[in-house]
Design a protein around this ligand. Structure first.
Ligand code: GRF
Length: 197
């Protein structure tokens, strides 16, 4: 039997992917969210976590002089909760190489494009500007290079002639909410042997 895996979820905003993970856990995903951490105090995802009785922490980047200082504090905070897996769910921060190496192969990210196409921000806008016929999402292992780690899964949708940034966002998020819990489940199954050692 797969043991329950402790995960930490990092957010900066709405937290709809966090909600999808919370819902999946309620439906049998063998994970427990040990903590939700946000770099923004007003992130709506914090309320979602509190409603589900999940511990929350706010670690504001504004309280740290450098990215290195922030990531060091984030690492220390995470270590208090001993997560096996760190799930980035709309966490709008670039992580230092030191942080990534500390949690090597244990950080997942979801990105709203078919990487390697469109790393970084404003992906829906770029899809529209380039008149792409398809758009999609990528879930990948986080490495020190932004949005460039090995992809674990992708999902695609069609871009219609009348799509806008808003309608694309809706299509993309529907894909995200289904795929992220599935990939987390796969990660857990793959690592469950190591976890129970
Ligand atoms: C998602 O679209 C994800 O791809 C990107 O940020 C967004 C977060 O949305 N990294 P939410 O906060 O989970 O609703």
């Amino acid at each position: 039997m797969t043991s329950i895996t402790r995960i930490a979820v990092l957010i900066s905003g709405n937290g709809s992917n966090l909600q999808a993970i919370i819902d999946a856990i309620q439906n049998g995903l063998p994970a427990e969210i040990a903590v939700v951490i946000s770099n923004k105090g007003d992130a709506y995802g914090l309320q979602r976590a509190q409603k589900a009785n999940i511990p929350t922490k706010v670690l504001s980047h504004k309280d740290y002089k450098t990215r290195e200082d922030y990531d060091e504090a984030l690492k220390d905070l995470l270590e208090q909760y001993q997560p096996k897996l760190i799930v980035l769910a709309g966490f709008m921060r670039i992580l230092t190489a030191e942080f990534v190496h500390h949690f090597e192969n244990r950080i997942l990210n979801i990105h709203p494009s078919l990487l390697p196409k469109y790393p970084g921000l404003n992906t829906h806008q770029q899809v529209l500007e380039n008149k792409d016929k398809t758009h999609g999402i990528t879930i990948h292992i986080v490495t020190a290079e932004l949005d460039a780690g090995p992809a674990l899964a992708q999902a695609e949708c069609e871009v219609a002639l009348d799509d806008t940034e808003e309608t694309l966002k809706q299509k993309i998020q529907k894909l995200e909410h289904k795929l992220y819990p599935e990939v987390i489940q796969q990660w857990i199954e793959k690592h469950s042997q190591k976890i129970s050692d």
